[in-house]
Design a protein around this ligand. Structure first.
Ligand code: NAP
Length: 235
């Protein structure tokens, strides 16, 4: 059986790097991407082991050209892909200046939406033709509890709205790809000890676990859902 091909954004550090490690360990061929080529290649080299089938491509999810070039590379190199993990994300909200929706700058909103929402949207649009070629395609969107409408309170407004938007993209994409056996889900990793999450978070191994579970779902698995710790959570 041919190896399944996975593509991960923001793979040079944090949760993205750990997702690549666990997918490679599960036997997938993993295309690691990052906006900084040196950091991405160093991250790939840090993972090389006896079972790893790792590739590297530079990718800035905020660039139409960069995403299109990745699509061309994947089509030429592999002919299709099986798993897309939209992990790359930014959290710019400054607790002092941008804590409230009533004073956050519109520019802060724009740059956050560009990476956290338009980035995954670009990736889904560019790579869905390649996912359609898979017998069992999967998209995993790395979202956040801060995007949940149910308990939403003021604070981190740009980040929160960008993740709510990513959740909506999850629902729309799930429906758009339901005829192609591509399962599309969002997950919240919890507070994870990365540059973004800070030292009090849980280990990346735990933060990545639900994303790996969603990437490896069987064909009768869920689609259009939002999960934390492998359990559904409210939108
Ligand atoms: P991180 O350590 O800050 O890593 C973020 C990654 O995204 C980096 O590789 C970064 O690349 C990349 N990135 C940012 N903008 C990009 C762009 N335009 N193009 C390509 N890559 C870009 O954060 P993390 O904690 O691992 O977060 C990973 C995901 O989990 C994010 O979507 C985040 O919102 C989500 N999340 C994290 C937590 C947490 O507690 N850590 C909680 C909930 C959700 P550079 O190195 O070049 O900056």
């Amino acid at each position: 059986m041919p190896k399944r091909i996975a593509v991960v954004t923001g793979a040079n550090r944090g949760i993205g790097l750990e997702i690549c490690r666990q997918l490679a360990e599960a036997g997938l061929c993993v295309v690691m991407t990052s906006r900084d080529e040196d950091k991405g290649k160093a991250a790939k080299d840090s993972l090389v082991g006896p079972h790893s089938d790792l590739h590297y491509r530079q990718l800035d999810v905020t660039s139409d050209d960069s995403v299109a070039a990745l699509g061309t590379y994947l089509n030429t190199q592999f002919g299709g892909i099986d798993v897309l993990v939209n992990n790359a994300g930014v959290l710019f909200d400054d607790d002092r200046v941008d804590a409230s929706v009533l004073c956050v700058s519109l520019e802060r909103f724009r740059v956050t939406m560009e990476a956290n929402f338009y980035g995954p949207l670009r990736m889904c649009q560019a790579l869905s033709p390649l996912l359609r070629k898979s017998k069992s395609g999967r998209i995993v969107n790395i979202s956040s509890g801060l995007g949940q409408l149910e308990n939403m309170v003021d604070g981190h407004p740009a980040y929160g709205v960008s993740k709510t938007s990513l959740n909506a993209l999850t629902r729309l994409t799930s429906d758009a790809l339901k005829d192609a056996n591509v399962l599309v889900n969002a997950m919240c990793p919890g507070l994870v000890a990365t540059d973004m999450g800070g030292p009090k978070g849980r280990p990346v191994e735990e933060g990545a676990d639900t994303a790996i579970w969603l990437a490896l779902l069987p064909d009768d698995g869920p689609t259009g859902g939002f999960f934390r710790n492998r359990e559904p959570i409210p939108w």
